[in-house]
Write a protein that binds this ligand. Structure first.
Ligand SMILES: [Zn+2]
Length: 342
């Protein structure tokens, strides 16, 4: 208790120090993005709009900053400072707790909940395809590889990161004997089931209906909570041979678009930082024709992580470090969306 009080008082002192009345400005360095800049200056993400407003003539159409230009930081209002302090206390005052999820497999089943930043968030994760439907299929070094196994691996890694921050996570498509696999070739099987434990039908229509129903039922149960659905595929089936990460949302869902934008922005920032020479052309678009986009209730983002049949994308997706990075970037985008929620 004393420790918590001390922490609280320390933060109060910071508040007083933060009570600035004039705007500070900073010069954008290589690798800086809007989010990283706000993060570096302890400005909550919900100030993103005021940041853009203050600097609109120096932000590119793709929401990028220009290296060497000076950017004005928004002033944090005192009530928001208090709110962010309360959130900080919320998320730091819990005792680390070790939890177990058998779906993550032997090596990953235990994880530590270090903070409860996401304790009020509910996520539904759907790895594309599964059961009798492996999704896109190809061979690598004459071994069969399939889309569903790779989408599932990224999904589990994402689930683990969200759960480590206290989120409630429903892994809708699941396989009790796969787990997170640090391997290049993920063995193909056909025994995935749909939440809670339903056999996945062969017909595409029934398959999509089944997972939609599962999510919508849970959504009603959690009504009122912050709830988001993330669907992952590795086939870029609708964008020809494009080799980037694409994000789709429902055209009438403001929250869905915001969610997709947050994850997309994180990807752009990460690419700029880690692969500055790679031209990133991933986009956010509305694709309300996709069954899941159209029929599921929670705000959602549908992510194409690449095309497993494309040799460049294969390189990215077969390396498990890259799958971990993809999961991490999605998770950071989700965190940004959550902390900027209205
Ligand atoms: Zn697919």
């Amino acid at each position: 208790m004393l420790k918590h009080l001390l922490y609280f008082f320390t933060l109060c002192t910071i508040t007083v120090a933060l009570g600035q009345t004039t705007n500070q400005s900073v010069v954008a360095q290589k690798g800086d993005g809007i989010f990283s800049l706000l993060r570096a200056h302890d400005i909550p993400y919900r100030y993103i709009d005021s940041f853009i407003q203050l600097n609109k003539e120096k932000i590119t159409s793709g929401n990028q900053l220009i290296i060497g230009k000076s950017y004005v930081l928004p002033i944090i209002k005192s009530d928001s400072v208090t709110a962010s302090i309360n959130r900080k206390i919320d998320s730091t005052s819990i005792k680390p707790e070790i939890k177990t999820e058998l779906l993550f497999g032997e090596d990953y089943k235990n994880f530590t909940v270090k903070n409860d930043t996401l304790k009020n968030a509910v996520y539904y994760l759907i790895a594309g395809h599964g059961g009798p439907d492996p999704g896109a299929v190809t061979t690598y070094n004459s071994k069969l590889i399939t889309e569903d196994e790779y989408a599932y691996d990224v999904t589990l890694r994402l689930a683990r990161k969200l759960m480590a921050k206290g989120a409630t996570v429903y892994i809708i498509i699941k396989d009790k004997n796969d787990g997170i696999r640090d391997q290049r070739i993920l063995e193909v099987d056909y025994d995935e089931v749909c939440y809670p434990k339903k056999e996945i039908p062969r017909s595409q229509k029934l398959r999509l209906q089944q997972r939609t129903k599962a999510v919508n039922k849970l959504y009603l149960k959690h009504k009122g909570a912050y709830q988001r659905l993330i669907v992952t595929h590795v086939d870029s089936r609708s964008v020809g041979k494009n080799i980037d990460v694409f994000f789709y949302h429902h055209k009438n869902s403001k929250n869905g678009k915001r969610l997709a934008d947050h994850v997309h922005t994180t990807f752009k920032e990460k690419y700029a930082k880690h692969q500055p020479n790679r031209i990133y052309s991933g986009t956010v678009t509305s694709r309300s024709g996709l069954y899941l986009v159209k029929n599921t209730l929670p705000p959602m983002v549908y992510i194409e992580l690449g095309n497993i049949r494309n040799s460049k994308d294969q390189k990215r997706i077969l390396n498990y470090d890259n799958r971990e990075a993809l999961a991490n970037w999605i998770h950071l985008g989700l965190l940004a969306d959550y902390s900027g929620r209205k």
